[in-house]
Write a protein that binds this ligand. Structure first.
Ligand SMILES: Nc1ncnc2c1ncn2[C@@H]1O[C@H](COP(=O)(O)OP(=O)(O)OP(=O)(O)O)[C@@H](O)[C@H]1O
Length: 658
């Protein structure tokens, strides 16, 4: 007992910054070169987001100055929106703070960790603050030194100077140890080269210890700004629903649903009442097995579920009771009665099969339980009856109104009870969203899942665009180039995303390998290059899943080919806070994986045509050369047979071979 008390004496709370101080690798600070790239990445993507927000062509200057062994000074300066001074300590000193959290908008940042992570790393390796110079263009320039109070997860302003001047943008300066710089793959140079390809309207100047390099823009128009998109009711979790409820300005739950979610109109909120009623009634009668069975009959046309759950319980008496019950259904439902009856009897008979027989049939129809119903029902229902039956079941399951009405007809629900439920639901929809509890949010989410809504809007997504990727990849001077931007889709039921791909072959495409050029995969998410965690990334897996030999490559690895993939979304499913790999291996987001594959396969077809054409031309050229070699000998022979001049014959042969 005493031990337990001692144990809790040690109980402490930590701030999020404290957590990341101990787990800095989670933010990408592991390895000297990677840490350096992470700093550049965090600051440059913030700059790009700030320019996008202000609809400005980004002009970004990056300076990397060597101060000593594994000791560098870094400066990143942009011409973006600037940061109002009161937010500066929050941006750089507080983890999980930012303007992009919980916004359903396509942006490079989404977590509110990056900038503060940079300060944390600087502080941990040099003990120095970050110097921020910023102005929103209001004539006042602020120069601030910011330090992080790690235990409080807060930024402290060490000094704040102001001066007058017309300037708009932000400059971040900091010193870092345990970092290194090289122009190798996965370093800041390669990172900036790649981000300039995926953001072709940006101009990036890099001053590194060797020289000044310009990654110039190839596109001179500011792209249209991404638009905020409201969450779709099918893609929302209980936790997110509660978050929306806490943040909304609506004073009633019903108005919150229609104003904060996409595709939910006031008319649909009215319908929602009936769905909630159906769920409430279902809950009420869940206890009674018998009624449950009947209700499942209405709600669940999925035979496997039905069989697994109830198959073994049926006996003749119960069938008889169900029979009577169904016969007692109101007149209007008489046709339906027959089908239900047959359905239940079919299952009852099925129950009489011995175990082996059941196993055999189940194996046979494992994936499609409805096939099984068909199989057994064939003897009792003809095809059109079966079809009709299905339609009826679907009709009634989709319409909670019919369900509720039939329950009332069965007299299962008294008028008083029904009124009580209806009142309760009306009251729920009127409450202040701030008072919604977990159970209520859960109910709303599950009911919204059952309702049909138009597919989520995807108009707010902004791809790089076919033509712009083309311009970017042309800088590799390839022999073949094909790009494709697919139409937006959704994953996880409601999160919009789109996939863009490009294939560059020949020229400077591919990366240098030991025996010539190798396949190079340029992964990007929301226009940001991903350089690390290649093997664990769903984008790599999607590229690798394509059988490239089918598209003309002699080997998947050894080819002068660059494959460019950009995934855009309002929420990128990263595998960790370091945001270097994308998870696409799960059922939830296999749509992303499939889209990438399909896009690559479409481009691959053109690549195959190109490579076959080139190969054919090469082979013919080879053949021609060979024949030419013997044209003289051939002409001599022919000349002696035909007695015609040798030169003339040779000329004709060469002419024919041209
Ligand atoms: N250069 C900048 N110009 C203007 N605003 C900036 C700049 N850098 C950061 N910010 C603001 O600071 C916020 C926090 O930045 P931070 O990098 O911590 O997170 P984020 O970009 O929102 O998300 P993530 O952690 O996923 O990168 C941003 O949301 C943005 O509002």
């Amino acid at each position: 007992m005493a031990d337990e008390v001692n144990l809790f004496d040690e109980f402490k709370e930590h701030s999020i910054s404290e957590f990341f101080r101990k787990n800095k690798h989670m933010l990408g600070y592991s390895g000297k070169l990677r840490s350096m790239t992470t700093i550049i990445h965090e600051l440059v993507t913030n700059s790009m987001d700030a320019c996008e927000e202000a609809e400005i062509l980004p002009d970004i200057n990056v300076t990397i100055e060597r101060l000593g062994n594994e000791y560098y000074k870094l400066i990143v300066e942009d011409n973006g929106s600037g940061i109002p001074p009161k937010y500066v300590p929050k941006v750089f000193g507080k983890m999980l703070a930012g303007s992009k959290l919980h916004r359903q908008i396509q942006s490079r940042g989404q977590q509110g960790i990056g900038a503060a992570g940079v300060l944390l790393f600087s502080q941990m390796t040099t003990g120095k603050p970050l110097k921020i110079t910023t102005s929103t263009g209001d004539g006042v320039i602020h120069e601030m030194d910011i330090q992080m109070s790690i235990s409080k997860n807060e930024g402290d302003v060490l000094s704040h100077k102001t001066r007058e001047g017309m300037y708009r943008g932000t400059k971040v300066e900091g010193e870092f140890k345990e970092v290194t710089y090289s122009r190798r793959e996965q370093g800041p140079f390669e990172y900036l080269r790649r981000i300039s390809l995926s953001t072709p309207h940006s101009k990036i100047t890099l001053k590194d210890p060797e020289e000044e390099v310009l990654f110039d823009r190839t596109v001179f128009q500011v792209p249209e700004k991404p638009e905020e998109m409201k969450p779709h009711p099918h893609g929302i979790t209980t936790d997110e629903m509660l978050h929306i409820a806490r943040e909304t300005e609506s004073s009633r739950l019903s108005s919150m649903l229609s104003s904060e979610l996409s595709r939910v109109t006031t008319k649909r909120v009215k319908e929602l009442e009936m769905y909630i009623l159906r769920d409430k009634l279902l809950e009420q009668y869940r206890d009674s097995f018998f009624w449950d069975t009947v209700i499942e009959c209405y709600l669940n046309a999925d035979f496997k579920y039905y069989f697994d759950k109830y198959g073994k319980y049926f006996d003749k008496k119960e069938i008889e009771e169900v029979n009577n019950l169904i016969l007692g259904l109101p007149e209007g439902l008489s046709e339906l009665k027959q089908y239900y009856l047959k359905y239940i009897i079919t299952e009852y008979l099925f129950n009489k099969f011995d175990e082996d027989h059941i196993k055999e049939i189940r194996n046979q129809f494992k994936k499609k339980p409805e096939n099984f119903v068909e199989y057994v029902s064939k003897q009792y229902l003809n095809a059109s009856q079966m079809d009709e039956f299905r339609k009826k079941v679907r009709y009634i399951t989709k319409r909670p109104e019919s369900f509720v009405n039939s329950l009332v007809e069965f007299s299962m629900v008294s008028d008083v009870e029904l009124e009580k439920y209806k009142k309760g639901i009306k009251k729920l929809l009127k409450i202040n969203p701030k008072d919604v509890d977990w159970k209520e949010a859960e109910l709303l989410v599950s009911v919204l899942q059952d309702m049909d809504f138009m597919a989520p809007s995807t108009i707010g997504l902004r791809p790089i665009g076919d033509e712009n990727i083309l311009k970017s990849l042309e800088t590799l001077e390839p022999d073949f180039l094909k790009t494709l931007t697919r139409k937006p889709k959704t994953y996880k039921g409601g999160i919009p995303f789109a996939v863009e791909v490009g294939i560059a072959y020949g020229g400077n495409a591919g990366r240098f390998g030991e025996n010539g050029r190798k396949m190079e995969i340029m992964r990007n998410s929301n226009h940001v290059p991903l350089l690390f965690d290649t093997t664990g990334c769903g984008l790599t897996n999607a590229v690798k899943s394509v059988n490239w030999k089918r598209y003309g490559l002699r080997s998947d690895e050894d080819a002068p080919i660059t494959i460019f993939v950009n995934l855009i979304s309002t929420h990128i499913p990263y595998t960790s806070a370091g945001k270097q790999a994308i998870s696409t291996g799960t059922e939830d987001n296999e749509e992303i994986f499939n889209e990438i594959r399909q896009a690559l396969m479409i481009c691959g077809r053109d690549l195959n045509n190109y490579i076959s054409r080139i190969r054919k031309a090469k082979e013919e050229e080879q053949k021609r050369k060979y024949v030419m070699k013997y044209a003289m000998v051939f002409a001599e022979g022919l000349s002696s047979i035909t007695q015609k001049p040798k030169d003339e014959i040779e000329e004709n042969i060469i002419y024919l071979l041209r």
